[in-house]
Design a protein around this ligand. Sequence first.
Ligand code: DLL
Length: 436
Amino acid sequence: MQHRYFDPEIETASPEDLRRLQDERLVETVRRVYRDVPYYKKKMDEAGVSPEDIHGVKDLHLLPFLSKEDLRQQYPDGLLARPLSECVRIHSTSGTTGRRVVAYYTQNDLDMWEGCCARALTAAGATPDDVVQVCYGYGLFTGGAGLHGGSHKLGSLTLPMSSGNTDRQIQFMTDLGATVLCCTPSYAAYLAETICERGIRDQIKLKAGIFGAEAWTEEMRHDIEDKLGIKAYDIYGLTEISGPGVAFECEEQHGMHINEDNFIAEIIDPATGEVLPDGQKGELVFTSITKEAFPLIRYRTKDICILSREKCSCGRTFVRMTKPLGRSDDMLIVKGVNVFPSQIETVLLNNGYPANYQIIVSREKHSDKIEVQVEMTSEMFSDSLKEVTARERALVADLKGMLGIKCDVRLVAPKSIQRSEGKAKRVIDKRNLYEG
Ligand code: DLL
């Protein structure tokens, strides 16, 4: 098998060769960030580690971790390792409290990232003969741009649909003979259901789907595969590290290969920071070793998973990660948007509500729904119906402004939400998306 985006020299390299490549790239990256990014210099100085101490991956554990909080503190460009004039693009994470995280890309960074997405498409069987329908969102979100760029690089015909407008999606899918579908798994399930309901499955030519950006179960995979008659592949990534394509599934559909020529993965105990051996469950940490504008050293993803170096029948030697099995923080992904309960709390408090609330997330007909139940204060409880309605409307609008998605609000009587004796259980996620 030899494709433009399946390079056996890299993707099936021996562990020793791969390690040598990572060693070289890591040493270069660490020297560069120490020299060019004052924040990295400060962090490394504080940790008592100098670039000379880092000879390769074996020394990675000496370097301090980087967290989302560091990125927020350095907003917008405190971690830039190249002059702004060399940057050609930004992307940004969705719905983070106050300051978003902004990731910068040089042209080489875009080429690397799109190359990773082209590998993912290739692993899913795509070639220049394919028609790739991209219905991840375009814009600040990385989903649309990443798969779009990957499809271009591969030379497939790219349909830049962006998300939503299901009738138009289905019309283009049938009229233009789309063969590869790229979107979130929940949108894929919705499209599949709609296509079946309309009895038009024989009019579609899809053979594969590349679905990620949120958790999904094996049951959901089988359901989508059966309804659309395709193979459904998982894809993982995060804005900070580049976007989709940090890891991707091959035909084995058993874990996602991490693009180890660009990213070094570690698993740590989220409580102690101790590095855990392959096969153990913990928090995934990434170090980028080829990024120019926005290199990240030991970035804590908060995604809980397991790494495996077991031989894969596809021939790739890149380490495989399980699907994320949970998060080590309380971030929720609702309708593809990252939501932190603290954002909701901020809006409630700003609107004069008490901090007695509960967030209920559910999925109906493949679409996520989020409801915020909040107690009224005793003063509010005696307000007129008109006042209550106006107050509720203002709250819905503020929540939408903060999160970027619509939340239902239910005002409940004072003291009606159960008090907890320990840690308050603020979130009830009825979707049960994580397995294992
Ligand atoms: O979701 C990038 C992406 C776009 C990945 C399209 C795949 C496809 P963020 O918005 O920064 O970036 O969100 C990153 O989403 O830390 C995980 O918690 C979650 N996530 C991403 N892919 C998967 C997946 C994009 N395949 C956060 N399964 C990550 C489960 C996923 N969770």
